[in-house]
Write a protein that binds this ligand. Sequence first.
Ligand SMILES: [Zn+2]
Length: 421
Amino acid sequence: MDNTVTMPGADLTAIFDRMSAIGARPGEGVTRLAASAEDGTARAFFATWMAQGGARIVQDAVGNQFACFDWAGEGSPWIFAGSHLDTQPRGGRFDGTLGVLAAGCAALDLDAEVRAGRTRPTHNLAVVNWTNEEGARYQPSLTGSSVFSGALPLADALALVDGAGIPLGDALAAIGVDGKTGHIPPRPEAYVELHVEQGRTLTEANRRIGVIEGTWAARKMTVTWIGRAAHTGPTPMVDRRDALLAAAQGIAAFEAIIAANHPHLHRSAARLVVEPNSPNVVVERATVWFELRGLDVAELDRAGDAVLAAFSTAAACTGTRLEIAADALRPPAGMASHLMAVVGETARSCGFEPLIMRSVAGHDAVALQNSGIPSALIFIPSVGGVAHHPDELTHPEDVQAGLAVLTAVLRRLVQGGFHAA
Ligand SMILES: [Zn+2]
């Protein structure tokens, strides 16, 4: 990044427009997969912007970026605010990016107040860009925040491979994450994340600000049916062991079982890898990524076990073998109640009656909260609930409402105001 380029300062619209151009293609939204060249450009842009605003920039060994404002000095406690700059393939502009850039603008505004003596921090502030929140290129998602909070060992994260077999560590090295960690801030006393809702709850309730009390649980299963490669022409039908046929039966059974018995669970089979993926070879391996999301862990246990039984049946019917590559439960998180109270009270003082709500999706704030870092998650509306799509949109008035609340919350937290009045 050319450090002589002048950045827009604390103008969220201007910085958001500039960031939105990185990885954008006409009609195809934004593609900044984690640790890709586009991600590298976005990181450099973010670092240059924050450095021009006076921040000290450091990154850790998994590539999390910290733009540090050392207002209270060495040894003082920290507040973090941020989100992620990586996107889904052909993703929207707002998911994650808005949270990082809004936190950056809030920090720059507060920095001006600190310099003018109007705000007197007892805490330092870091604006954070967490690596690979999306989990599009590397699974699991929430990688950077999970490494920082200690839930995922660094070596395991760096060894994750993408669909082309490239380890995350190598991909990060290629965009300048060299493992040298610098002076990384310690675990913060609070983390605050502003994010778009990606659903329609706020719009339907006619509210601008959501205060997240917790998340749904998720059960994520990766299953492979293993058959036998064979010529699609001469091989007698009776001899075929078709893994794709098994996967198709498995997907259909999954939907039928959940729709009949647990219709309120959100579910998907959203990724399919077929090997060897030739029109003339009966499929030898078909791997499907399944997700079930709901509030009740016991129900996810029962529902997941029922579909696993159906997957075995699909294997038996097709003469294939079933392998469960992953079957992980993400428990429902409860967000930090003292921070919820602060956010709710601050939102009201900014003129917005907040909606207390749950998040269906996981976010970095949830990963941190689950590992013992008190975290707050603030939602603003998504038009039509559209997410992970180029049409993702949040109206400017809602963006400004979110920025105002985030800034006021951080102003309070950096001065030690952790509890509502
Ligand atoms: Zn996100």
